[in-house]
Write a new protein. Structure first.
Length: 300
């Protein structure tokens, strides 16, 4: 697999080339003292692991029916190909999941550890959410190392839950493949007009008038669907939307805001409307954020 993190481009190799790469990398697999070690692990390179799919419970896997690109084979190997996106609290990696006969490219979002995170999301997003265990709630409140780890796991779990909900509701988000700890594996959104390249963020594109109108209709439908679910994205902007040809895909959902349980929900929804309407207006489609907000509040 050839991959350039700078250009977000990859080329799918034959399985023989992948096997040669493993042989060249030598025996650098997990150490024997790990509880789940087995002799076959010595054949894996440092950027590889056996697929974690077989050990996951049902709710840690995506909604059924599974798309064709989901590989369930226990013999599949995950290979890290490079960083797709870096962030203050999580990084997204490009991962090839492959067997001898099949392969698929996935995006793996990995929330950083307490020591590595550079950003703590505002409590405005978590208003109305509860922490089940009192020990965890105290640790989060006190800002201990354990509390920060619990908080990171909560954000990963929240994003997983919201991705599943949005997908099942028909909102255009990446298909959620699986969650394991603080890692979410999801559909890789490719640019259909540039095979092998990640879809660009909406902020960077300058669509034709016809495509711009189509984008607006999709955005209206998505924001209305979130409102019917009882939520606002809470951090919606052209930077959190991908333009995959004629199709928009909304990403980064851990902060989804409960419109009924969060006192700041309307303010955050208004910001979403302002951000998106400002972009569409800048591209030549005159839309009003106040009218959009009124429409979404009526849906609620």
């Amino acid at each position: 697999m050839k991959y350039s993190a700078d250009h977000q481009h990859f080329e799918t190799p034959s399985r023989n080339s992948s096997q040669r790469r493993r042989a060249q990398n030598g025996s650098r697999g997990p150490r024997r003292e790990q509880a789940d070690w087995n002799v076959l692990d010595d054949s894996l390179a440092e950027n590889q692991r056996w697929s974690t799919w077989p050990e996951l419970e049902k709710l840690m896997r995506g909604p059924t029916p599974y798309p064709e690109f989901v590989i369930e084979d226990a013999a599949a190997i995950d290979t890290d190909l490079g960083v797709l996106k870096t962030g203050k609290e999580a990084d997204v990696f490009l991962v090839e999941r492959a067997t001898e006969s099949r392969s698929a490219i996935l995006a793996a979002k990995r929330y950083r550890s307490a020591e590595q995170r550079l950003f703590h999301r505002s409590s405005a997003y978590t208003e109305g959410r509860t922490v089940r265990r009192s020990r965890d709630a105290r640790a989060i409140k006190n800002g201990s190392t354990y509390g920060r780890e619990v908080e990171a796991a909560r954000w990963a779990s929240a994003e997983w839950t919201y991705l599943r909900m949005a997908h099942e509701y028909g909102i255009p988000v990446p298909y959620p493949v699986q969650i394991s700890g603080t890692e979410i594996m999801m559909e890789f959104i490719e640019d259909p007009e540039n095979p092998g390249v990640a879809a660009p963020r909406l902020q960077t594109v300058h669509p034709s008038p016809a495509r711009l109108q189509g984008y607006w209709e999709q955005m209206l439908a998505a924001m209305n669907a979130f409102a019917r679910m009882g939520y606002a994205h809470g951090d919606l902007s052209p930077y959190n939307v991908l333009a995959a040809g004629d199709r928009l895909v909304i990403i980064d959902l851990p902060q989804l805001v409960d419109l009924a349980g969060n006192l700041q929900a309307v303010e955050l929804l208004a910001r979403d409307c302002k951000n998106m309407c400002a972009w569409f207006t800048s591209r030549g489609l005159m839309v009003d954020d106040g009218e959009l907000l009124s429409e979404l509040l009526a849906v609620r």
